[in-house]
Design a protein around this ligand. Sequence first.
Ligand SMILES: Nc1ncnc2c1ncn2[C@@H]1O[C@H](COP(=O)(O)OP(=O)(O)OP(=O)(O)O)[C@@H](O)[C@H]1O
Length: 74
Amino acid sequence: FSSELKSRSKLYERFLGEGTFGKVAKCTNLSTNEEVAIKIIKNGFNDTAKDEIKVSSPPSLDALLSLVLHPNLN
Ligand SMILES: Nc1ncnc2c1ncn2[C@@H]1O[C@H](COP(=O)(O)OP(=O)(O)OP(=O)(O)O)[C@@H](O)[C@H]1O
């Protein structure tokens, strides 16, 4: 997959690991020099990947407070 990553201006550096849904590679964004981990999702796991992106987005302060202050919790 390294040629595809290069074409998106990311430099593939090394393989980091493999999970159930895909492989993870360490890359550098050549326009910002930022180091990133890129997960290449296996075919057939598109929906799972979308769920994972939702989970990794930080919740808002309001969302966290609504959990802490929920009337059913002591
Ligand atoms: N941001 C990261 N930095 C360094 N290594 C990472 C990073 N993300 C993933 N890895 C490596 O890639 C491996 C696979 O990650 P991935 O998220 O695909 O699977 P997992 O969460 O370990 O397991 P599963 O897919 O079963 O949930 C990890 O075990 C880890 O070694």
